[in-house]
Design a protein around this ligand. Sequence first.
Ligand SMILES: Nc1nc2c(ncn2[C@@H]2O[C@H](COP(=O)(O)OP(=O)(O)OP(=O)(O)O)[C@@H](O)[C@H]2O)c(=O)[nH]1
Ligand SMILES: [Zn+2]
Length: 195
Amino acid sequence: MAYNKIETYDEKVTSDLIQHYKSSIALLGEDVEREGLQKTPERVAKAMQFLTEGYQMDAKAILEGAKFTETYSEMVIVKDIELYSLCEHHMLPFFGKAHIAYIPNGYITGLSKLARVVDVFARRLQVQERLTHQILDAIQETLQPLGVGVVIEAQHLCMMMRGVQKQNSVTTTSAFSGQFEDGRTRNEFMRLITK
Ligand SMILES: Nc1nc2c(ncn2[C@@H]2O[C@H](COP(=O)(O)OP(=O)(O)OP(=O)(O)O)[C@@H](O)[C@H]2O)c(=O)[nH]1
Ligand SMILES: [Zn+2]
């Protein structure tokens, strides 16, 4: 599995997607041959592969790649990690922030790796709930810490641009394991991320 983002696009996938997007644009009533749209199918094909590149990335390999023995056993928090994902129902973006905390149990990981793990699972067709749990599980299984907490706050364009058309609603999801199942630890985390 690729450790990092894809640097080159698969030629067959790209050319097949180009044909699909040409058809889609025509079906939507546009002229695919007009100047401004000529390269659009290719641009969209590449953009969509980038936005779903998480399928080709391995979160555990990323965390393992910077796993260090350390006796620090207080809460580590990385908050306000921006994320962009695609809702699996409409393939429209949802975007917001992830906050991650864990309590080490002999191992820590590079701080940037926590943010990378967010991208691995965000760059897929997702629901916010599953995204939250996948981030938690990857950290729990790799570092085996005393506990993990993940909170995601996001806005969904499928609720803003179409459908119910609500511009200001924010969805919050959370997942907790180990010591974060205890109210005091969880509250400390929640207090620190809402500051
Ligand atoms: N639980 C959850 N629901 C989501 C997420 N992203 C989008 N949705 C919802 O998925 C639902 C799909 O509902 P459907 O009734 O099948 O689709 P729809 O007719 O397009 O629904 P509306 O958006 O209400 O117009 C909608 O209520 C969306 O708001 C997510 O991350 N988590
Ligand atoms: Zn949606």
